[in-house]
Write a protein that binds this ligand. Sequence first.
Ligand code: B12
Length: 312
Amino acid sequence: MQEEFFPKIQKAIVELDEQNLVKLTEEALEAGVDPLEAIERAHMVGIQKVGELFEAGEYFLPEMVGAAIIVKEAIIKLQRLIPQDKIISKGKIVMGTVQGDIHDIGKDLVSMWLSTRGIEIVDIGVDCHVDKFIDHALEENADIIGASCLLTTTAPELKKLVERVKERGLKERFKVLVGGAAVHREWVKEIGADGFGQDMKEALDVASFLKGAPGLEFDYLAHITAVDYWDYFELIYQLISIKHNHGLILKTRCYGRDNPSLPSVVSLWRGADYQEREIHDLMGITFKGHPNMKPIVLWPGFKGHPLRKDYL
Ligand code: B12
């Protein structure tokens, strides 16, 4: 089973066993593991575990540096294997890590994820002054500024960035998207940033959700459908911009068969209301934040979800 590779890869990262990491990653790919899934479920979890050990005082800086190096290398190799989606061609994001912070694995992963969706990335690196973000966004004629921040001590830089964008009279010109371990959703609202990404998928959601970003403006959700791949469910959203006459297919996955769930998009597109309810009936996926998740095609008391592979 492909699943077996994930804990083994995580263990190799925690043990800083580079040779084994390379070997297991190669074996996983040969066994048909999707590169993006490997990154999300093995490499990212492995490096988080190293962080937990560091926090618990069991690992020290050299271990964290060692783990970061081998994970970055593995991710770079995997990244080359991910097909680039050319459906969107108009979005451009300037992406960097805030001043005082040199963590770049998360920033690079989010960039990679967005670029697989056709969004153009301008990477300005780490330890970036707020004006560097803005100057590059202007020079590159970007639509979005993306800032990563992992340290609580540097989190005020994000607030500064949002304020500086306003001060320079560019609030309407750029959307500001923030993320990283030091950032929390509630706080993001408070500082007035336009979007927040907890992880790669959310970053994609947020970016796509930025219906207002010049050049994107996906104002119409044509339909949502779901496919049961047994190991995961794939959700497919077909978005259209009536204004620009372009379209985008957004795909995301959710794992676990007991209680799979995803955020609802009803607050963005009213049309998602019935469609999410239908998917809930037929696939048993719950949409968090849906205003009324009651059955739509099945009758009360109906057992199971008829479009699932395990439905008999
Ligand atoms: C690897 C690592 C390092 C490496 C970084 C190497 C590199 N090239 O990035 C090294 C060893 C250099 C390092 C140094 C330090 N680190 Co460090 N590090 C980590 C560790 C273990 C993993 C970070 C990581 O790469 N995670 C994997 C990625 C994929 O996750 P992520 O960054 O969160 O990104 C995801 C999301 O947050 C989101 N995202 C991220 N950015 C963005 C941006 C946008 C726009 C969006 C939408 C989304 C988004 O999407 C990503 C994918 O899902 C974390 C532990 C942890 N749990 O985070 C500590 C951690 C962040 N480090 C910590 C500390 C304290 C330090 C040091 C101060 C240690 C020291 N005493 O010197 C220094 C600081 C150096 C500096 N000035 O920046 C603390 C921070 C504590 C805090 N609350 O402030 C942590 C949490 C460890 C801990 N538990 O104590 N570190």
